[in-house]
Design a protein around this ligand. Structure first.
Ligand code: SF4
Length: 326
């Protein structure tokens, strides 16, 4: 049986005056309905570009320069702009960090929701209102009838993000791509939104791609993780396995820099240095200038993703034998 989404050897290039820059360099993964995948990494790793390329929303001078995105059995690159727009609006929904990127501040929530339903479905205005109300109930908005009359600024940040999720559900999508959906929210509100996304995947039979820099958030919600660095997936596998036994030094660094990962009295261990920019990706393993165990081979040869010991657990590191112990 085919997967809900298959990304095969995807490459995204930015054609600039001084030459081409590779933003995504041959990444592959798949997702099924009800499955939740975390795309993790620091800012600049290529996570959001991956999300946008799945829905063919890479703006020029960027373009998909290789590989395939197959969604519900259709190769998206082979479709017309109109067909892609239909899939983007109906079958795949995207949720952003800032709810105000989705919400129009000068229209009531009801107007925005009803207009969205009418743009995608052949229903009456009254039916559209009913659908909007049902979706607000699905995301546990209190007094949903009242919310429909309100403007976005009358709602709290957490409430606005729930409304955005309700809007994402209006077209009954089979895939939601959520790009840092809780980064701007308090921790307790974050947890509620994550619980909601997890529940909706089950009840609405959807897949979820959760794009975030926060491994702690991903470990609460997803069943599998792909860790990205400089446009590549450098470790992937079941969430439990990666959180308990990360094999790539970068993933280890991300986990060890999480609050709660250190012993009492120890300070948090940060990964030294910064993610390289696209114009400055080091030769060999792109992580080698920041890696505490790098050897000469790392500066010359790009490591391939290889099995890291357990089924489905892959890591791209020349020295996997050295990374067995935490
Ligand atoms: Fe570190 Fe070398 Fe592994 Fe890269 S390949 S993560 S530099 S040990």
């Amino acid at each position: 049986m085919s997967h809900l989404l298959e990304v095969q050897d995807l490459k995204v290039t930015f054609a600039l005056r001084f030459g081409d820059l590779t933003a995504i360099d041959g990444i592959s993964f798949f997702l099924d309905r009800k499955e939740k995948l975390g795309l993790v990494g620091e800012s600049g790793a290529g996570k959001s570009v991956t999300g946008f390329s799945i829905i063919n929303l890479i703006s020029k001078p960027g373009f998909i320069s290789g590989g395939k995105v197959i969604f519900e059995g259709r190769e998206l690159q082979s479709l017309s702009h109109k067909e892609i727009r239909t899939i983007r609006g109906n079958r795949i929904s995207m949720i952003f960090q800032d709810p105000m990127m989705t919400l129009n501040p000068v229209l009531t929530i009801g107007t925005q929701m009803v207009e969205t339903v009418l743009a995608h479905r052949n229903v009456s205005h009254k039916e559209a209102q009913q659908i909007a109300l049902e979706k607000l109930q699905k995301v546990y908005i209190p007094s949903p009838e009242k919310r429909l009359q309100q403007y976005p600024h009358e709602c709290s940040g957490g409430m606005r993000q729930r409304i955005v999720i309700a809007i994402a559900l209006l077209t009954d999508p089979s895939l939601i791509i959520a790009d840092e959906p809780t980064t701007a929210l308090d921790v307790t509100i974050q947890a509620g939104i994550m619980d909601l996304l997890r529940e909706l995947c089950e009840t609405e039979n959807m897949g979820l791609i959760l794009i975030t820099h926060d491994l702690a958030v991903v470990s609460q919600v997803t069943e599998k993780i792909a860790v990205m660095y400089a446009g590549k997936i450098i470790e992937s596998g079941p969430t439990d396995l990666i959180v308990k036994n990360p094999r790539h030094p970068y993933t280890k660094g991300l986990i060890h820099s999480l609050p709660g990962s250190h012993r009492p009295g120890e300070s948090l261990k940060q990964i030294p240095g910064m993610m390289p920019t696209l114009t400055d990706i080091p030769e060999g393993c792109a992580f080698h200038p920041r890696c505490e165990i790098s050897e000469t081979v790392c500066t010359r040869v790009i490591p391939a993703l290889q099995t890291a010991g357990q089924p489905d657990h892959l890591a791209a590191c020349h020295l996997l034998h050295k990374t067995r112990e935490n």
